[in-house]
Design a protein around this ligand. Structure first.
Ligand code: GLU
Length: 455
């Protein structure tokens, strides 16, 4: 259960020791981190955390701290739609931990956004930024909405009003959102503009880095758009090189063809790998001779980012997607996709987790028993937040970076993280997900030990 606080007056309200909100909207805040659902992403992340904490014998005090989220914000805010009616939306921002730096993580616009998923995704961000060696903590949020149902003008008003509702709970040195599922550079530009417009004009450009993933003209970073997919392929290259192989000729399937799915396919194509299957909410395709990622992307872009109606491949039963004969599986959509129901059908050699939390605990056990490698999400898709870090630095320093420099930095950081994951797995005789957690948790544990706890 969580404590609900609602108030209508525009007064400042201290809701819990760590929640302070400029109260301009009806609002709910939470005082505990009890999961709201029995089964969900939160359960998965906490099981992974508990296992890693046991294996590495994490300090019990640090374990207690990291078991809870620091701050959980729920806002309800009204927006006038194009037809003149008013709709009230629900938005979330969960800030898990900021021991290593400002909270960092995306905002997603999706019907599955709720407190349970925002918590889980915020916690994954803490591990991801710690593993990548970034000076950030972890947060996540979004709006419970199907953005396809709204016009561009409505989405702009929804985004601006959500930003206003979050108020000073985000900020360039406090909590820095970024794109995630169904959000993009345009949405980040509206957030940056709204946030800056509520501050003194003299500080406008000091606030550019309140969000990352912005369009180039609004302070964005060249290469941030492709950073996650580029990073996924960097991890796959490292995976193949470990056994003296290359990705050339390897067949792969991609679930989800948004930013991560498309750019992963784009860079895998460059490596000579062959896309033999793809799935999104609209359709599932299989083509052993290969599908052109660019043709698919052109079709998707012209079709409201939906793959239905593509004629370059045969449609198959969506339930058979993960069973497609291939070497590489890239889940790049939502969480909880590889489960006991389908993990046993996967014959690929590796699952590269472009999405956050795509494999549940039972699915993972089956993959492991069948000898399928897993490149865990907090390593595999970390290229995005690493790219965000360089955008944030670029804004802070009023610099403009070249794409080649950015991609090189992402590649280097991912290679370092992957090496630590492999050596830590050997040290503890454990799997890559657990060792990725251990690398991240060791960093957090060290920080807490060195710094102590206030007061
Ligand atoms: N949403 C991305 C993720 O899950 C990027 C987060 C960021 O750049 O802050 O890692």
């Amino acid at each position: 259960m969580f404590t609900r606080v609602s108030c209508a007056s525009p007064a400042k309200l201290f809701c819990t020791a760590n929640i302070m909100i400029d109260q301009l909207n009806t609002m709910e805040t939470t005082a505990t981190a009890t999961p709201v659902k029995k089964q969900g992403m939160y359960d998965i992340v906490m099981e992974q955390f508990a296992h890693a904490a046991e294996v590495m014998k994490l300090d019990p005090g640090v374990r207690k701290i990291l078991s809870k989220t620091n701050t959980e914000i729920v806002v309800h805010f009204p927006v006038k739609l194009d037809n003149g009616s008013i709709e009230v939306f629900t938005g979330y921002r969960v800030q898990h931990n900021n021991a290593l730096g400002p909270y960092k993580g995306g905002l997603r616009y999706h019907a599955t956004v709720d407190l349970d998923s925002a918590r889980a995704l915020a916690i994954w961000m803490t591990w991801k930024t710690a593993l990548a060696g970034l000076p950030y903590g972890g947060a996540k949020g979004g709006i419970e909405i199907d953005p396809k149902k709204y016009s561009s003008g409505e989405l702009e008003r929804i985004t601006r009003r959500f930003t206003y509702a979050l108020g000073d709970n985000i900020g360039p040195d406090l909590d820095i959102p970024a794109p995630d599922v169904n959000t993009n550079a345009q949405i980040m530009a509206w957030i940056a503009d709204t946030y800056s417009s509520t501050k003194s004009p003299s500080t406008r450009f000091a606030n550019l880095h309140v969000v990352t993933g912005k369009p180039l003209g609004a302070g964005g970073l060249e290469g941030r758009d492709r950073a996650t997919g580029f990073g996924v392929v960097a991890t796959l290259k490292t995976w193949a090189e470990r056994s003296n192989r290359s990705l050339k000729g390897m067949r792969y399937i991609v679930q989800g063809f948004g930013n991560v799915g498309y750019w992963t396919a784009h860079f895998l194509e460059r490596e000579g790998a062959i896309l033999v299957g793809v799935q999104d909410a609209g359709a599932t395709y299989h083509e052993p001779a290969g599908i052109s990622p660019e043709a698919l992307n052109d079709h998707s872009a012209a079709n409201g980012r939906n793959l239905s109606g593509f004629t370059g491949a045969a449609t198959i039963d969506p339930q058979r997607f993960f069973a497609i004969d291939c070497e590489i599986v890239v889940p790049a959509a939502l969480g909880n996709q590889i489960t006991a129901a389908n993990a046993g059908t996967i014959t690929a050699q590796v699952v590269a987790e472009g999405a956050n939390g795509p494999t549940d605990t039972e699915g993972e056990a089956i993959l492991r028993a069948n000898g399928v490698d897993i490149i865990p999400d907090i390593l595999c898709n970390s290229g995005g937040v690493i790219g965000s870090y360089y955008e944030w630095l670029q804004n802070k320093r009023s610099e403009v970076w070249k794409i080649e420099e950015v991609l090189e930095q992402i590649h280097d950081k991912i290679a370092v993280a992957f090496n630590s994951v492999v050596s830590t797995a050997k040290e503890f005789d454990t799997d890559w997900r657990t060792s990725a957690y251990i690398v991240a948790l060791r960093r957090l544990e060290k920080t807490y030990k060195e710094r102590g706890i206030f007061p």
